[in-house]
Design a protein around this ligand. Sequence first.
Ligand code: GDP
Ligand code: MG
Length: 322
Amino acid sequence: MIEWAMLIDEVRIKIKAGDGGDGMMHFYRDRHRPKGGPDGGNGGRGGDVFFVGISNIEALKQFRFKRKFKAENGQKGGCNQRDGKQGEELILKVPIGTIVNYDNGTRVEIKKVGEKVLIARGGKGGQGNYEKRNSINTTPNEFDKGERREWKDLFLQLKLIADIGLIGLPNAGKSSLLNELTKARARVANYPFTTLEPNLGVTVAKKIIADIPGLIEGASTGKGLGFKFLKHVERTMLLVHCLPADSKNPLRDYKIIRKELNSYSSKLSQRKEIIILTKIDLLDSKKDVEKIKNKIGAKLAVSIIDEQSIKKLSDLIHQQLA
Ligand SMILES: Nc1nc2c(ncn2[C@@H]2O[C@H](COP(=O)(O)OP(=O)(O)O)[C@@H](O)[C@H]2O)c(=O)[nH]1
Ligand SMILES: [Mg+2]
């Protein structure tokens, strides 16, 4: 069994189940029966809020701009013992692996595709005065209000399962490659430690790539930020080791990272790895590229300004995972 990397994406939203409709207070009247009996109907139930699991791991994106969601309220009861209409339920699609955290500490996980999980129950409708009749009081002039529902704050966390980990020293071009290989928008900058959290992206073949930041010499012993992320690396299926062409000594860079991986866990050192030479547009000649590529045992040489090379990388990654 392969252990999976679990990375987390987070969002806060507000939801509200529908209020129950109020009961009706009404007495039947017509020409022949000026004092007819009570006939006020019950209020309709408020709509429930459900989450349904889907496989699209990008689905939490829907909450980027719209954050408040509400199921329909039940309608008020009518005359003639007519009950109010039930409120329409609200169904939100979330990726499987979503953990729903309520304010009170309760947690629910959406585990299966198609699984419909009740997130907030709609309010009961209130009784109308028809329902309130009894042997003692045959003409009640009371009704109940429908149950009201409040807004709930939900904190959604997505446990993501990364298939591929991009590793390498800071500045190796990991975040840039993640952006090119996926539609992720990781921060890129020309200095170490731009990426504080692992960035995630989804490839064309729906594989998840994690950009593992902050690996430096000593990371396995807790130095820098890398330690925190090593556990994510441990659970990926494939490592893409990035070595930049503008490094003074790419072989040394490689060894630094390998040493950290090995001392963190021996299992990790056996993980399938492909080495790639990055930023090759910074080299003067193709001959230089070949020379370094051979020296470090790279499978591919890429540059983010060479679309062809990115395509080759994408193909290689998917082929390795297959
Ligand atoms: N010339 C060139 N620069 C690149 C390439 N890839 C990344 N860079 C630059 O290298 C720097 C570090 O890249 P980044 O992706 O943040 O590296 P990370 O620290 O490994 O995530 C940034 O200034 C990038 O614009 C490339 O293929 N060619
Ligand atoms: Mg980065």
